[in-house]
Design a protein around this ligand. Structure first.
Ligand SMILES: Nc1nc2c(ncn2[C@@H]2O[C@H](COP(=O)(O)OP(=O)(O)OP(=O)(O)O)[C@@H](O)[C@H]2O)c(=O)[nH]1
Ligand SMILES: [Zn+2]
Length: 350
């Protein structure tokens, strides 16, 4: 089978014209372009024109890891992974148990389906949090609201959903009807890559089941011999959709948290972020400081108090999540000093 991937095959895998600019003609000659579809401890699974291939993970990926959805170059002769291309988009999260290290979740996703339901799960703060995540990752968000069949007044949910942000597409559906997932087709076609987020029980698996290409799905488990000679089946994190696109569903994707999302917060709350720059003090808390442009806008009824609260909560959270270990130690030290002062003043008073 030939290694040479046609432009059509590339486009089908989600390739974009802009990636061509990252390659030299020499690299085109020497290497094969592939997309990472699964990651394992010691190896990666990639898709090329010839099909799926297993690559061992080179040492450099310890410092500069690849992730599912990445475009990589493989040496034609040695079959070694050479490098990955600069990503169009990237989801990452804080690695558990470390102060700051990022763990990559998915790369080169085009659309993020933010899934919620017509019930108590529908929550503007939660949706905004996901919008920040999408903005930070550089992915287009689409709001999917399931369980329309269970709501007494689905129109009320639609109105609330459409009020969140003018340009945010909203899809209301009964996920139990497989055909209704066709409405997500615009984002799931040829060459498109999607991912889903949302709380437990909102219907993500149900939607995924309707979107996946069953004919491929059944055979996508790769049989491998493990060390004991048994056959094991490993699931891929990037799978084909019936409408021609791809779904990235890595374990961390569905419950991803905000991490280092200053830009995302500023994009989603652009009207507040713009005002905050006009405050007299650069570290204004927008509570009681003089010359606060945000408070003035609240008093004039230009922005909503609830939205400001949600903005400040996300700001605090993202600052906390993205501070370095040194910053955290210094914050803890400052806090300890403050506690000592309080303890001392209490002693003096007594
Ligand atoms: N009536 C109704 N039930 C739905 C709808 N979508 C999902 N469900 C049901 O809700 C339950 C949860 O759906 P899942 O698809 O498992 O939800 P999930 O988001 O994948 O949940 P986790 O796997 O926990 O993250 C299942 O019993 C579904 O059948 C819908 O639109 N209408
Ligand atoms: Zn202010």
């Amino acid at each position: 089978m030939s290694d040479d991937i046609t432009e059509r095959q590339l486009a089908e895998l989600g390739w974009r014209e802009e990636f061509f600019t990252q390659l030299t003609s020499d690299e085109w000659g020497r290497s094969v372009v592939a997309r990472v579809v699964a990651e394992h401890r010691a190896h990666l699974e990639v898709v090329t024109a010839a099909g799926t291939e297993r690559l061992s993970r080179p040492l450099w990926t310890r410092d500069d890891p690849t992730t599912v959805g990445d475009w990589v170059l493989i040496d034609r002769e040695t079959r070694l992974l050479q490098r990955f291309l600069t990503r169009r988009s990237l989801f990452q999260r804080k690695a558990p148990g470390t102060a700051r290290d990022a763990q990559l979740i998915a790369a080169n996703v085009d659309t993020l389906f933010i899934v919620t339901s017509c019930n108590h799960d529908f929550n503007v703060a939660r949706i905004e949090r996901y919008l920040v995540l999408a903005a930070e990752a550089n992915v287009t968000p689409v709001l999917v609201v399931t369980k329309v069949d269970e709501a007494e007044d689905p129109q009320a949910f639609r109105t609330a959903a459409e009020a969140i942000r003018a340009e945010l597409p909203v899809c209301m559906l009964n996920a139990l009807e497989a055909r209704e997932a066709d409405r997500l087709g615009r984002w799931c076609g040829f060459g498109e890559t999607v991912a889903l987020v949302g709380s437990s029980g909102v219907g993500k698996s149900t939607i995924v089941n309707s979107l996946l290409d069953r004919s491929i799905q059944r055979t996508s488990g790769i049989r491998e011999d493990d060390s004991k000679g048994r056959h094991t089946t490993s699931a891929r994190s990037m799978n084909r959709l019936a409408m021609g696109g791809w779904l990235i569903d890595t374990p961390g994707m569905r419950e991803i948290q905000l991490f280092d999302a200053a830009e995302g917060v500023a994009k989603v709350f652009v009207e507040i972020a713009d005002l905050a720059r006009e405050c007299k003090f650069s570290d204004c808390s927008h509570r009681s400081e003089p010359g606060c442009a945000v408070r003035r806008a609240i008093e004039e009824g230009l922005i909503d108090e609830g939205r400001l609260e949600r903005y400040m909560k996300l700001e605090r959270e993202q600052t906390y999540n993205s501070e370095t270990l040194a910053e955290r130690r210094s914050r803890e030290k400052r806090f300890q000093k403050r506690v000592n002062v309080a303890v001392r003043s209490k002693r003096i008073k007594r």
